[in-house]
Ligand binder design. Structure first.
Ligand SMILES: [Zn+2]
Ligand SMILES: [Zn+2]
Length: 256
């Protein structure tokens, strides 16, 4: 099912007060909840979702003094995804210093009242995550706000789901795993600097795995050093050169 986006115009968003910071990619997404009281009546009344999203934006702009709502996307119990700052824009909700690493996706779930994320909330969050991967270069990570920041967010039930690997609920069709690109047929190594799409493909996958590496298509010193560290981690011969075995490990080895 395609994402069911609610545009900013549709939910009556205020204009941002300034320009967003730009993001070309992130390591992934952090999941949030609203916390506080969310009336269980929200499940039967989408108008309440719209009102809640607007009140969150007001709180972020007028209370926190932010230029806009702090989330990238906001998900309601009707599997609708409200546009926040959107892909390629720096969010604000993850906490200082933690916004360039992950987009921020909110589920409209409280700490009292409506506290259990329904299947449609979980599907909606995953629709949002896929959209951010597709449009905003989000990597594979799905984490909770509390990972690396002192907060209860995203609450017990949502965090437990994140820790289980954020599966699609209900045994519905699962998404095929990322296609594993075949070895390009040349060993990526340095020096001299090697240039190419194969370099970029490998760097993108390393970045998805959490390595701090530029996805620039240039295999230089930084790529070599990351490669060598990865090879050591996986018990491969630490040559700093991406041969067939290292290429395959980059897709097949579990992320630790
Ligand atoms: Zn949060
Ligand atoms: Zn709704």
């Amino acid at each position: 099912m395609a994402i069911d986006l609610v545009t900013r115009r549709e939910w009556g968003a205020r204009q941002p007060r300034g320009a967003y910071g730009r993001l070309s990619s992130t390591r992934g997404v952090k999941v949030h909840y609203t916390g506080g009281q969310v009336s269980p009546d929200i499940v039967g009344d989408h108008a309440r979702c719209v009102a809640l999203v607007r009140s969150i934006q007001n709180h972020h702009m007028d209370g926190n003094g932010w230029i806009d709502v702090g989330y990238s996307l906001l998900v309601c119990p009707h599997r609708k995804v409200f546009e926040g700052r959107g892909p390629n824009h720096l969010p604000a909700a993850n906490g200082s210093g933690l916004n360039s690493g992950h987009y921020a996706v909110l589920g409209l779930v409280g700490s009292t009242g409506f506290t259990q994320p329904t299947d449609d909330v979980l599907h909606g969050i995953l629709d949002a995550v896929e959209y951010l991967r597709d449009k905003g270069g989000a990597g594979d990570e799905i984490k909770g706000h509390r990972d690396g920041y002192s907060t209860d967010c995203p609450g017990g039930p949502l965090y437990a789901w994140v820790r289980r690997g954020a599966p699609r609920p209900g045994g519905g069709p699962t998404d095929p795993p990322d296609p594993h690109p075949s070895f390009p047929g040349r060993v990526l190594k340095y020096p001299p600097v090697m240039v190419g799409e194969d370099v970029r493909t490998w760097q993108r996958q390393m970045r998805r795995r959490g390595w701090d590496i530029d996805v620039d298509g240039l295999y230089g010193e930084a790529s070599r050093d990351a490669c060598r560290a990865f090879q050591r981690e996986k018990g491969l011969s630490a040559t700093g050169a991406v041969n067939r075995a290292t290429w395959q490990a980059t897709w097949e080895e579990p992320v630790t």
